[in-house]
Design a protein around this ligand. Structure first.
Ligand SMILES: [Zn+2]
Length: 235
């Protein structure tokens, strides 16, 4: 992928955060890694979405050094870099402060799988990290945020459960590219909203049956997926 394409795709993912109502002001950020070159493109810090152009997108090397771009990268850049290092299959990361997901994060609660909307996109609960320690907050804070996320995924696939809540903070969503990460962020917010409403009606929630959860997730993912149209199939 050439660098311009990478920047255009990261611009589009950032604009999607705004368009889909996940962020106000300059909140939120999206990035993408080119798996072949290892280069990472990310939103610049503090630039309004309305003013954002492809040439403003900052391109970094795998270690975070600026390769292209005149602006400073997002203040959350270290978290994105840490996640790309921890999750080799993840090549898109989106962070937002979307209110329903933030509500679960601020309560320090995972989002339980309560039904098929959740199960279509997220396998099992959407985890909530542990709180960062005082040392972690005082240290390389954004990098440590990435580390507690990686810790929450021990024994889980970030592509099967492409989102997480950072305790006291908010959601990060993942994908194989920027577009799928942005889509995961949008679905995560909608699922959080539905879960909150469900838990208001029925505190504790009933939870989705494992069989139903498996049915819905694996209908769309994996080698036996049957959702959508087969390539080349008659319509
Ligand atoms: Zn944040």
């Amino acid at each position: 992928m050439n660098r311009n394409e990478l920047k255009e795709r990261v611009l589009a993912a950032n604009l999607e955060i705004k368009r889909s109502g996940l962020a106000i002001l300059t909140w939120g950020n999206a990035s993408m890694r080119d798996a072949a070159s290892g280069e990472i493109a990310i939103k610049p810090s503090g630039v309004a979405y309305e003013a954002l152009r492809a040439e403003d997108i900052v391109v970094l090397g795998p270690e975070g050094q600026i390769i292209e771009g005149a602006l400073r990268p997002s203040s959350d850049t270290d978290t994105h870099l840490c996640l790309y290092r921890a999750f080799p299959g993840v090549n898109g990361v989106v962070h937002a402060h979307s209110p329903y997901a933030v509500a679960f994060a601020q309560a320090g609660l995972a989002i339980p799988c309560l039904g098929t909307t959740h199960a279509d996109s997220f396998y099992g609960e959407i985890p909530c990290t542990r709180a960062l320690s005082e040392e972690e907050i005082a240290g390389r804070y954004e990098w440590e945020t990435g580390k507690v996320i990686a810790e929450a995924f021990a024994g889980r696939s970030p592509l099967h459960t492409p989102g997480v809540l950072v305790s006291g903070h908010g959601p990060f969503a993942f994908g194989g590219d920027a577009e799928s990460a942005a889509q995961s962020a949008v679905i995560l917010e909608e699922v959080a909203k539905m879960a909150l409403l469900t838990l208001q009606l029925r505190p504790g929630g009933a939870g989705a049956e494992k069989a139903l959860m498996d049915k819905h997730f694996f209908r769309k993912h994996g080698e036996n997926a049957s959702y959508g149209q087969k390539k080349g199939a008659p319509r």
